[in-house]
Design a protein around this ligand. Structure first.
Ligand code: LLP
Length: 438
């Protein structure tokens, strides 16, 4: 893909055709009809709107205007290289959780100083790679990880900037308990009552510079207040670290990701309220604010486009069977997550149906008892809010090649990831492997 694809509209004001809107009854991504994209790329396919990503980035960036800050996009939400490149052009850094994500970020043009490295189970190799890449922060989640990192740093004669990821032990509400991370006893972060001691240790270790404090309290947060509670705890810890004489090198206050988006009727994150909590506190601290938003930037920038294969009645239920399934979008099955589903064109009178995929699992569903306009085999559906934790969580189960990802920008369309081939399914396998004894 050419550079110009992402740069040419960078400074343009939001345009009327931005995002997923209907024109003459047909759903479009920016200015392009989804029906045309299905013709171009086939189905199933992910379709992303660059305009929506830009708009979300600009909104969050503007909300934090009052304080020095950087948005480190959380690659796990969607690591497609073209999306990463777009976010890099907008000024984002990245938040990564593996050496694989570091590789992706580097391939998209990010430098080490653009990277904060989170994650509860970093391997020694990953720590070595992070040190070699000269990342901005390693967000350390335990005393053992801190000691291991200090060993790595000493071995290569470097001093590594570290943020302590603290579990602030606050109450959060999320749609599913799998996406809560900041409550007492969760596997993530350093338990709050140990954090001061770990900070003392960090200050004493050669090879470590205590450069930041970090939290991440959960994902798809529907209330803003937990940020206030978590921030208060981080700042209390900072005061204790100062009292211990270890606060000198502190530069960053990382408040993680978690801002929710609208999937259904829920109100979206109140950015003004969020800014009223975060900006004054961060400003008073004199630290640079770091955020790790994932879903907020890309969640509503993507749809999964799928074709109806069959209609079927069974046991009094009306099924719509699609060519996409849990292999493409796992969230309904895994978290019982709600995703809006709509025919991309005019449809007959709505009926109550289950929308299910072709995978051999009863858990392979997108919606149950959902009102959907009357559709026939061959019709196309858009499954909304699929830009975050969609493609990245897909699998090849049932030997289903991964689907293409299309980036739309105004009137232009680019193939950001090709559909996998059958050859891709077996690329790393060998029907007649070489036998050996070890
Ligand atoms: N930072 C850290 C350390 C994280 O663990 C996460 C997400 C983020 C940032 C980004 O959070 P966001 O802004 O996207 O809420 N697969 C689940 C979501 C898992 C989130 C894991 N951590 C889902 O589909 O809802």
């Amino acid at each position: 893909m050419g550079e110009g694809l992402l740069t040419s509209h960078r400074d343009a004001a939001p345009r009327a055709e931005a995002g997923f809107v209907r024109r003459d009854g047909w759903l479009h991504a920016d200015a392009v009809a989804l029906a045309d994209i299905a013709g171009f790329a086939g189905t199933p396919a992910y379709v992303y709107s660059a305009s929506v990503v830009r708009a979300q980035y600009a909104r969050l960036d503007a909300a934090l205007e009052g304080v020095p800050h950087r948005l480190h996009y959380s690659v796990k939400a969607n690591g497609n290289l073209a999306l990463l490149a777009l976010l890099r052009e907008l000024g984002a850094g990245v938040d990564i959780v593996s050496a694989g994500e570091l590789y992706r970020a580097q391939r998209a043009g990010f430098g080490g100083r653009d990277v904060v490295f989170s994650g509860v189970g970093k391997t020694v190799t990953e720590l070595e790679q992070a040190v070699a890449a000269d990342v901005k922060l390693v967000n350390v989640e335990s005393e053992a990880e801190l000691r291991l990192l200090a060993d790595v740093a000493r071995r290569v004669g470097r001093v590594v900037p570290v943020a302590l990821r603290v579990n602030p032990e606050v109450e959060v509400e999320t749609a599913h308990h799998y996406t809560r991370t900041g409550a007492r006893g969760d596997k993530f972060g350093i338990p709050y009552d140990e954090a001061r001691e770990v900070a003392r240790l960090a200050s004493s270790l050669e090879g470590i510079r205590l450069a930041g404090l970090d939290m991440h309290i959960g994902s798809q947060l529907t209330r803003i207040e937990p940020y206030a509670d978590g921030l208060a705890r981080l700042l209390e810890l900072r005061a204790n670290i100062d009292a211990d004489g270890g606060g000198e090198g502190l530069r960053y206050l990382d408040i993680g990701g978690g801002l929710g988006v609208t999937y259904d009727a829920e109100s979206e994150a109140d950015l003004d309220a969020f800014a009223r909590i975060v900006v004054p506190a961060a400003k008073a601290s004199g630290l640079e604010l770091v955020m790790e938003p994932g879903r907020f930037l890309v969640g509503n920038a993507g749809v999964l486009l799928t074709r109806v294969l069959y209609r079927k009645r069974s046991g009094g239920k009306d099924y719509v069977i699609t060519d996409a399934g849990m292999t493409e979008l796992l969230r309904p099955s895994h978290y019982n997550a709600f995703h809006r589903i709509e025919p991309i064109g005019p449809a007959g009178e709505a009926g109550v149906v289950d929308v299910v995929g072709p995978v051999c699992e009863s858990g392979d569903f997108f919606a149950r008892d959902r009102s959907l306009g009357d559709v026939e085999p061959g019709d196309l559906l858009a499954i909304s809010s699929a830009g975050a934790y969609g493609a990245v969580m897909s699998s090849q189960y049932n030997a289903r090649p991964r689907v293409p990802e299309i980036l739309v920008d105004g009137e232009r369309v680019a193939l950001a990831r090709e559909r996998e081939s059958f050859e891709d399914l077996v690329r790393h396998e060998n029907a007649t492997p070489e036998w050996r004894t070890l």
